[in-house]
Design a binder for this molecule. Structure first.
Ligand code: NAD
Ligand code: LMR
Length: 338
């Protein structure tokens, strides 16, 4: 039987990430090749012309799965009947800024959008905050929608996860999809901890493979500490410096991966992935924070993979990133946004 169209809302549809996202959603990459989509695009008045242009191009692609496109600057209309909400619309950082510096500029967007989601979205709504600082923006949106189960609110750290896979793939000379069980912990910020201590390729620990290629365990540990971890954590800043504006196509691609795996389920043979989800206290992360964890999905919800052993240095790195999330929560509380 043919599926009814699913309503997907994209905020900031006239921006860079929006432009890289819309065509992939309409082409079936987000929900699957048998799932028609109804696109609801939310923009502020200044972004409307760019979004209108993207809507014209969507029509010109003649995507068989694209049921309709509705463009609005009214959040209530944009989230009406929505099953998937991609919260992209917000200001990106410029060179030399940290993502947390966007808190003041962007945090005010996410409360009203959470309230509009609460009032108008479909009962199966799933939300991912992409706009920065993504974890805390998801926290704000969730707080404004107390009637919606907390596992429906997430933030994007899949880009960091994919960045980690890309780096490891190059260092090990294997395909990215041969590497399983990498974790990004904590905040989508420079304090995040991309962790390979449980990662394997064909059952062999990644740490052993790195030691083999780099001439010993010490050299591999130095590479992880001095190159890999800071390289992944600071990749967003590197892109801004080299490209002149923040990552767009890779961010859109990671957003597609995040939602696709959430909706269609992660494959047991491929291990876990990383997503920022609402903590229930797993790994000592204070309840209610939106923090990145190792997660799997059964097609309904992302669930944290529990019971992993953490070495003291890993523990300390996670604690540092979580402390930053606590501080961001205190800042938005002080701003009256929670
Ligand atoms: P952009 O400036 O190109 O586009 C943002 C769009 O959002 C603009 O068209 C703007 O008009 C619109 N907008 C602003 N306020 C809005 C609102 N209240 N409602 C709806 N639309 C609104 O920026 P971009 O490059 O697309 O980046 C968007 C956000 O995503 C930034 O905050 C950026 O830092 C973030 N980002 C996150 C990740 C991640 O991995 N989490 C990766 C890349 C970028
Ligand atoms: C990224 O990681 O590329 C985005 O969060 C943009 C940024 O500000 O780094």
């Amino acid at each position: 039987m043919a599926h009814a169209p699913t309503t997907v809302t994209v905020t900031g549809a006239g921006g860079q990430i929006g432009y890289a996202l819309l065509f992939r959603i309409a082409g079936g990459d987000l929900l699957g090749p048998d799932r028609p989509v109804r696109l609801h695009l939310l923009e502020v008045p200044q972004g409307m012309r760019a979004a209108e242009g993207a809507a014209l191009e969507l029509q010109d692609c003649a995507f068989p799965l694209l049921d309709s496109v509705d463009l609005t600057d009214d959040a209530n209309r944009a989230f009406d009947g929505s099953s998937v909400a991609l919260l992209v619309g917000s200001r990106p950082r410029g060179p030399g800024m940290e993502r947390a510096e966007l808190l003041q500029a962007n945090a005010g967007i996410f409360g009203p959008q959470g309230a509009a989601i609460s009032a108008h979205a479909a009962s199966d709504i799933r939300v991912v905050a992409v706009g920065n600082p993504a974890n805390t923006n998801a926290l704000i949106a969730r707080a404004a929608a107390p009637g919606i189960p907390s596992d429906r609110f997430t933030a994007l750290t899949r880009l960091d996860h994919n960045r980690a896979l890309g780096r490891l793939s190059e260092a090990l000379g294997v395909r990215p999809d041969a590497i399983r069980d990498v974790t990004v912990w904590g905040n989508h910020s420079a304090t995040q901890f991309p962790d390979v201590s449980h990662a394997t390729v064909d059952g062999v620990p990644v740490t052993a493979l790195l030691a083999e290629r780099m001439g010993g365990e010490d050299a591999a540990a130095r590479w992880l500490d001095d190159v890999f971890v800071p390289g992944v954590a600071r990749r967003g800043a590197e892109i801004i410096e080299v490209r002149g504006s923040s990552s767009a196509a890779s961010a859109a691609s990671a957003t597609i991966d995040h939602v696709r795996d959430w909706v269609r389920g992660t494959h047991p043979d491929h291990g876990w992935t990383s997503a920022a989800v609402v903590s229930h206290g797993e790994y000592g992360v204070p309840e209610g924070l939106v923090s990145s964890f190792p997660v799997t999905s059964d097609g309904q919800a992302y669930r944290v993979v529990e019971g992993l052993e953490l070495e003291p240095r890993a523990r300390a790195r996670i604690d540092r990133s979580v402390a930053e999330l606590v501080a961001e929560r205190e800042t938005v509380e002080a701003l009256g946004l929670l």
